[in-house]
Design a protein around this ligand. Structure first.
Ligand code: AGP
Length: 604
């Protein structure tokens, strides 16, 4: 999830671009760059790391009088965060910035290289500018070349492109990644990924729809819909509060990140699913040769996604799988075998305990893989292989979209390994891929559901504790739900296997003990139901989450009927995330920065 800005006007283009990128740095800061075109001359600057490095590089560069410019702050999805991979990417006489993923970039790149095009970067984005310049040689105008280029792209994108052949124009296209254009009385034109950078500059904005493309010049804003029909811009007043703008109007970053899960999971899947196979460009299938066991190691929420993964690895890939809490694993003198693939999971890629276990595995000569959300982090740099979760920056300390994308990656990886080990029929694999495509839809938050949970939350502000209970993959989900609640409401909660309640904890059952029961229709429903009835018979206060009406609960949150337990998993994940959020709000806590916690625990 990157940040894009563009400007066309008479002011100091460099300053405007850098100020805009500063407002978008929360979207990603692996690297940043700008390109300014003035009097048919380009000035281009890029820097790795935070924006301050780009400011340093451009401190002696100023622009006055009319110019067009584009800028970008990167959150790596393809290619390491290096200066070469930083945007804007250049052709011969054009620059492009892009947010999203071009799914067919490999084919486009192969064809362009066959035409003799030399690529400088490892990114998918670079194909856009070369494809444009290829079309510029064929089409009559730059706009026709741009339109043709956009029609040849597959995937998600928000694109800005500037070229010497139309040096007073910015070309744009939007599909699947956000972008808007702003105007004011001084005839300036502003582009950005979200409205924050435009606050104080533009008076009105037009939010592009998927499929919109076109160009902006000094005297025209030309917007075309995907059926090539020209349409009138629809301008509306811009919000004025920067911080709420960064939260896009949500009350907290955590709330925003729960709502973002549908989009970021779609990004996680992009380019990795075909009809009958899973593709990880970043993995070499030979990497799994000789591997007979997978050991997963992590902390906190990442440990919960690892636990969830273990059920899928054994169920689908028929490979032995064990899961470790990193802080325990480091000190118990574990036996490590070379036929074990050691997998660490971390949103930040910096968690001290997890990082140390990765070092132990490498020292013991095991193959290592990291599933991580931050490219170029310590674990990504250390592991033999890496799968990025593409969740974008997660600002809420309580992890949500990182967990969701981790589980999505592990579902894909279990199928990928199943195919390598031939443990799943092609028919079943194709069906699993069909189910995976349903995940983004299953985590979309509806007003009805959110309102229901908001109302319900007032009943759970006291009591002597919560049990979240579930079976199979719903046990790690129960652990995750309990952790969310603890982290942001400071109420005590435990995740527990449903079948274990009768081995002691049921002694706690009374009306002041709240049980959040996960009752999936498609996995051990009857077993889970009888566990809940045991609690209900002892007057525990029960909130059941299920697709099936359940009359023995005090509260009931209904999820949508679906055809597989993993889609129930993702729906229930959203419910427990929202429940903890709304209870915390009612208790008046700081949802995004709960007491005693840090986003990344880089100390032991
Ligand atoms: C989860 O909500 C917490 N923020 C915490 O448990 C976190 O998952 C844990 O510290 C691990 O962090 P990591 O994923 O960055 O390694």
């Amino acid at each position: 999830m990157c940040g894009i800005v563009g400007y066309l006007g008479e002011k100091n283009t460099k300053e405007i671009l850098l100020d805009g990128l500063k407002e978008l740095e929360y979207r990603g800061y692996d690297s940043a760059g700008i390109a300014v075109l003035q009097n048919k001359t380009f000035s281009n600057y890029k820097a790795v790391g935070k924006l301050i490095n780009l400011e340093e590089k451009t401190k002696d560069f100023t622009t006055k009088d009319f110019a067009v410019g584009i800028g970008h702050t990167r959150w790596a999805t393809h290619g390491k965060p290096t200066e070469l991979n930083a945007h804007p990417h250049v052709g011969e006489n054009s620059y492009v910035v892009h947010n999203g993923i071009i799914e067919n970039y490999v084919e486009l790149k192969r064809s362009l290289e066959a035409d003799g095009v030399k690529f400088l970067s490892q990114t998918d984005t670079e194909v856009i500018v070369h494809q444009f310049e290829k079309n510029l040689k064929i089409e009559k105008t730059a706009f026709e070349a741009f339109s043709k280029t956009i029609s040849e792209l597959e995937g998600a994108y928000a694109i800005l492109l500037v070229t010497k052949s139309e040096d007073a124009t910015i070309f744009f296209a939007k599909h699947g990644s956000p972008m808007l254009v702003g105007i004011n009385q001084e005839n300036e034109k502003y582009f950005a990924s979200s409205d924050t950078p435009l606050i104080g500059h533009a008076k009105e904005v037009n939010y592009f729809e998927d499929g919109d493309y076109g160009f902006v010049s000094n005297d025209e804003i030309a917007i075309f819909s995907k059926d090539a029909k020209k349409q009138k811009p629809v301008f509306q007043a811009i919000s004025t509060n920067r911080l709420s703008a960064q939260k896009d109007g949500y009350r907290f970053f955590m709330e925003k990140e729960i709502y973002e899960q549908s989009d970021v999971i779609a990004d996680t899947l992009l380019g990795r699913l075909s009809e009958d196979a899973i593709h990880f460009d970043e993995l070499d299938p030979a990497f799994f040769d000789g591997i007979n066991e997978i050991k997963l190691c992590a902390c906190g929420t990442s440990y919960h996604s690892a636990l969830t993964a273990s059920y899928m690895f054994e169920r689908y890939a028929k490979i032995r799988c064990s899961v470790e809490i990193a802080s325990e694993f480091r000190y118990r003198e574990p036996l490590m075998c070379k036929d074990t693939l050691f997998v660490v999971i971390s949103q930040s890629g910096e968690t001290a305990d997890t990082l140390e276990t990765l070092k132990m595995a490498k020292k013991a000569g095991l193959k290592t893989l990291v599933v991580c959300n931050v490219d170029n982090s310590s674990m990504v740099r250390l592991a033999d292989a890496c799968i990025l979760t593409r969740a974008g920056i997660e600002k809420g300390v309580a992890s949500t979209k990182a967990f969701a994308t981790q589980v999505t990656v592990f579902w894909m990886l279990s199928l990928y390994i199943a195919k390598l080990r031939d443990t799943m029929t092609s028919k079943k694999l194709a069906h699993q891929i069909f189910l995976l495509r349903g995940v983004p839809g299953s985590v979309k938050v509806t007003d009805t559901m959110h309102e229901r949970i908001k109302r319900l939350s007032k009943r759970y502000l006291h009591g002597h504790g919560f049990f979240f209970i579930g079976r199979d993959v719903f046990f790690p989900l129960a652990l995750e739900g309990a952790l969310k609640l603890k982290e942001i409401s400071y109420l005590h909660a435990e995740g527990y296997p449903s079948g274990e309640m009768k081995h002691g904890p049921i002694a706690l059952a009374d009306p002041e003990l709240f049980t959040i029961a996960l009752l999936p229709q498609h996995l051990l429903y009857e077993k889970s139901k009888s566990n809940v009835e045991e609690l209900s018979a002892r007057d525990s206060t029960i909130c059941a989450i299920s697709a099936i009406e359940f009359d023995k609960a005090d509260d009931f949150i209904q999820i949508n009927q679906c055809e597989d337990y993993m889609l129930e998993f993702f729906q229930m994940m959203v419910v427990v995330q929202l429940l903890s959020l709304e209870i915390s709000v009612r208790l008046g806590n700081d949802v995004d920065m709960p007491r005693n916690l840090a986003k990344s625990v880089t100390v032991e």
